[in-house]
Design a binder for this molecule. Structure first.
Ligand code: DUC
Ligand code: ZN
Ligand code: ZN
Length: 465
């Protein structure tokens, strides 16, 4: 057979383990894994490199409505450009209705924004912020049927937070329609109580964002979310778990038989609340929710990663420009942490940070890396043709060079933000080539090809790992 492309000589991280073989690509699919492939239109010499399933980042925010006067730093073009340069082939952004928009209108608007602009494949999770009969009875079932098989609910943020009863009502739809609920677990009333006190006491600088969202705020909401899921009898994903106490709630829930999936992110193994206390307004660069904790918490998160408690390692890419009144420097942000937009950029640095801190430092195997950065995302969120180097799957492959050492630098990144929280962070092992459905979309840190070739992917029901 004459392949379109043969990748020769890499160490290949397949779903059956790590092996040395050639990978034959044909018509956008993985067509053969063998040691004797020779005929192709293009041969990629990958000796010394590691072939991984293309990264799937199942937690990113792109062009999401963020309040009056605030604008996210990335549109679909810049976010997906940054994603492929960081070794990703698929991202899953959240679709949030703007104001009174219905969920269906919001999804249509997201499709319009994404269409023709994506450098990697995309698929949208939904955010359910109202539980009226049209949303729950018509829009949500129709959208699940159309391939949006996961949705997020919030336990925090005015205008987004749902009551326990509302969460149960959303979970009931997930159960009936075989979709997966994702929960942002922080207790809004507790945060509001602490925030009011901080403001009364004149504690207004960025670090007070972290101080008013302490671990118990997240731990309590995590316990409650799992309990609600047990009552509704549904599986759920707890997203962006930041600390060991919340992880313990997940472990306890699993011991009771609850089907709970857990996600963590680079910020919870590399940043601390002290970063929010940097001089001047610099701390605003690190404001995200849940906030980074203490260095001791990194150990707890690592024990969850190495022990198999975390199914997913995502970025929670939620970029705002720093020197921008439509970003971190929003009206009132210097007067109170309450007004600083929440979120940090990270879609391009997620994989290199985990590869360096996890694989290169001997904490996790190549197989675990592939599982928590690609395979589990594909299975859990119903991307049936993605997430593994296996014959018949999409030819989504990232080649890694484990010998390259260089620090993260904003000047090397491709997102729309004007900073990275990891400036100067040393990384060993960088992706050098990203292949999307057989086409090279990134080479040596720069985009390849002259037009975006990513498209939207409809998803199947969750495959519960
Ligand atoms: N939750 C997220 O998942 N991302 C950014 C902000 C937030 O609160
Ligand atoms: Zn969240
Ligand atoms: Zn998020």
């Amino acid at each position: 057979m004459v392949f379109d492309t043969i990748i020769k000589g890499a160490r290949v991280v397949t779903s059956a383990g790590v092996t040395s073989c050639d990978i034959g690509l044909y018509d956008g699919k993985i067509a053969s894994l063998s040691t004797e492939l020779s005929e192709a239109n293009e041969i990629i010499d990958a000796r010394g490199l590691i072939a991984m399933p293309g990264g799937i980042d199942s937690h990113v925010h792109i062009s999401q409505p963020s309040g009056p006067g605030i604008e996210m730093a990335d549109d679909f073009a810049s976010a997906t450009r940054s994603a492929v340069c960081g070794g990703n082939t698929t991202v899953l952004p959240f679709c949030l209705p703007d104001g009174d928009q219905s969920l269906r209108e919001a999804v249509a608007a997201y499709h319009a924004k994404a269409e023709g602009n994506c450098h990697c494949d995309v698929s949208f999770h939904l955010i359910v912020k109202s539980t009226d009969p049209v949303t729950l009875g018509q829009d949500l079932p129709a959208l699940i049927h159309a391939g949006h098989t996961s949705f997020k609910v919030f336990m925090t943020y005015e205008g987004l937070a749902l009551s326990d009863r509302q969460i149960l009502d959303v979970m009931a739809v997930a159960r009936e329609q075989n979709a997966l609920v994702m929960v942002h677990a922080e207790n809004e009333d507790a945060i509001e109580f602490l925030r009011d006190k901080a403001e009364r006491d004149g504690n207004l600088s960025p670090v007070n964002h972290a101080r008013t969202r302490p671990v118990p705020v997240e731990r309590e909401a995590t316990h409650r979310a799992i309990s609600l899921a047990e009552i509704a009898d549904v599986p759920l994903t707890i997203v962006h778990v930041s600390n060991g106490e919340s992880l313990d709630e997940i472990r306890r829930g699993r011991q009771r038989g609850a089907k709970v999936f857990a996600e963590t992110c680079p910020q919870y193994i590399t940043l601390t609340a002290d970063d929010l206390d940097r001089a001047g307004f610099e701390g605003a660069k690190y404001v995200c929710s849940p906030p980074p904790r203490e260095a001791d918490d990194w150990d707890d998160i690592w024990s969850g990663i190495t022990g198999g408690d975390f199914d997913l390692f995502s970025s929670d890419h939620c970029p705002f420009r720093f020197n921008d009144a439509a970003g971190k420097d929003a009206a009132g942000a210097r007067d109170s942490f309450r007004n600083i937009p929440n979120g940090i950029p990270g879609v391009e640095t997620r994989l290199p940070i985990l590869f360096s801190e996890g694989v290169m430092k001997g904490r996790i195997s190549l197989e675990t890396f592939a599982a928590i950065t690609a395979t589990n995302h594909a299975r859990l969120y119903g991307l049936t043709s993605k997430g593994a180097i296996m014959v018949g799957m999409d030819a989504d492959i990232t080649l890694w060079d484990p010998t390259i050492t260089r620090p993260v630098r904003q000047s090397d990144l491709h997102h729309g933000a004007d900073y990275t929280p990891w400036e100067g962070f040393d990384v060993t092992g960088w992706p050098v080539r990203t292949i999307l459905r057989g086409k090279t979309v990134m080479r040596d840190g720069a985009l390849s090809g002259d037009r975006p070739v990513g498209h939207h992917v409809a998803r199947s029901a969750p495959d519960l790992l």
